[in-house]
Design a protein around this ligand. Structure first.
Ligand code: 5GP
Ligand code: MG
Length: 188
């Protein structure tokens, strides 16, 4: 696994520091809009990529919370360009009247967030905010904004810290690029 790495783009230490900042900001924003003692939030990670980021993030958000799950596929198998977002499954519980924070690993074309936010809103949420660990530098792809962004990165294919290639590499602690030969046989 490690010999497939080309270079480390963002180290686990940089990620850790930034996740703490994001959690602080999310907590402050959320508490400023609600009565402190009754504040509640529903976190919805988009599986599978956001699983690790979300696990680290929420343990630093000291607010009463529920977790809903959404599984979305956009890069099935060996693709490294989005094939369109498909909702594979959901276990959201009752999100009517709730403040929802959608958590995703990376904002690329914007297709995922564009598909998922209306789905949540259609269930009568009080608010929906979005948090992504990474945002690719692809100007205006679908004009999708995220409320919280961890890092802006160049338009390169990355894996690690939850992100996969053909379902592998999610357990790498850093965000890395892969050697060219690893992905050179894929359908681009
Ligand atoms: P979007 O719908 O914004 O085009 O893409 C979002 C999804 O595409 C992400 O949640 C992620 O699953 C996948 N994705 C986009 N860019 C990358 C990347 O560089 N590496 C990996 N592993 N997945 C990516
Ligand atoms: Mg994803």
């Amino acid at each position: 696994m490690h010999r497939d790495i080309d270079r480390v783009l963002i180290s686990q230490y940089q990620i850790g520091a930034r996740v703490r900042e994001l959690a602080q900001k999310i907590t402050d924003d959320h508490l400023s809009g609600q009565e402190r003692d009754r504040a509640e939030i529903t976190i919805v990670p988009i599986l599978t990529g956001a699983m690790i980021f979300c696990g680290d993030l929420i343990r630093q958000i000291p607010i009463q919370m529920r977790i809903g799950l959404l599984a979305v596929s956009s890069y099935p198998g060996e693709n490294i360009r989005t094939q369109g977002s498909k909702i594979l499954g959901q276990q959201l519980g009752d999100i009517h009247g709730r403040h929802v924070l959608l958590v995703d690993d990376i904002l690329d074309s914007g297709g995922t967030i564009k598909a998922v936010v209306p789905l949540l809103e259609s269930q009568g949420t009080a608010s929906v905010k979005t948090c992504v660990l990474l945002r690719k530098d692809r100007p205006g792809v679908q004009n999708v904004q995220a409320d919280y962004v961890g890092f802006d990165i160049p338009d390169e294919f990355v894996v690690g810290y939850g992100l996969d290639y053909n379902d592998y590499y999610r357990n790498l602690p850093d965000i890395v690029t892969l050697k060219r030969e690893i992905i050179s046989n894929s359908k681009k």
